[in-house]
Design a binder for this molecule. Sequence first.
Ligand code: ADP
Length: 255
Amino acid sequence: MTEKPLIEATGLRKSFGDNHVLQGVDFTADRGTVTVVVGPSGSGKTTLLRGLNALDPVDSGTVRIGDVSADFGALASAPRGRVRSATAALRAQSGMVFQSHNLFPHKTVLQNVVEGPVIVQKHPRAEAEAAGRELLAQVGLTGKEDQYPFQLSGGQQQRVGIARALALAPELMLFDEPTSALDPELVGEVLAVMKNLASEGWTMVVVTHEIRFAQQVADQVLFVDGGVVVERGTPTDVLTHPAQERTQQFLKRIL
Ligand code: ADP
């Protein structure tokens, strides 16, 4: 029997006032795979990602990650406490890396990484610090543990952000344009860390304009436009031989 997909999103809808940003998004992703989401600016990619981890819950549709699922349409009329526990359970399933890292400026690199495990997950500090040092090594930051964010380059800060998300031991990692705020010469080091995570078997959903990264690393690519998944397939299907006119036009504009 084949394993169920790790991520299953069905009928996701979300509006901001009259702006119907997600208009019925469906997709699945298997454990250990990398999904890259591409599409024009304003097409709903960030909204989709924030919906997957319930940071900004969708209006309706269901999200299942592993054995945690939430039916947001049903939750709309549920008591607040139930909504809060459902969204918290879903949020705990994924680690999120943002466009800019949002590190605590007055905490050291290591303190930033262990904050979640110690404060939220109540792990003993010494244990969390040992795990944190390993994660920092994994993202190439051994020796930077006691520095402060302002002493690091943007690429290094972003790698601390990745280590911080990993420290919570999530089921999967979500990346929202993790390199788009970086100077071009710093993009490669962050993508290299992400490639490494992919090869270690992490399940990842990545919103990015880095088409080469998608071609090299993605198991599936979603082209999102106008709040729907217009096309979904392998990088070769979607990026090299797109079937849909809208995908072809988008790729012509960015390549
Ligand atoms: P993308 O990531 O593809 O660029 P977004 O998901 O960020 O697109 O945004 C999709 C649309 O939703 C845009 O029109 C944006 O202005 C709108 N939007 C996103 N977040 C909010 C918000 N918090 N309040 C109002 N409108 C929003």
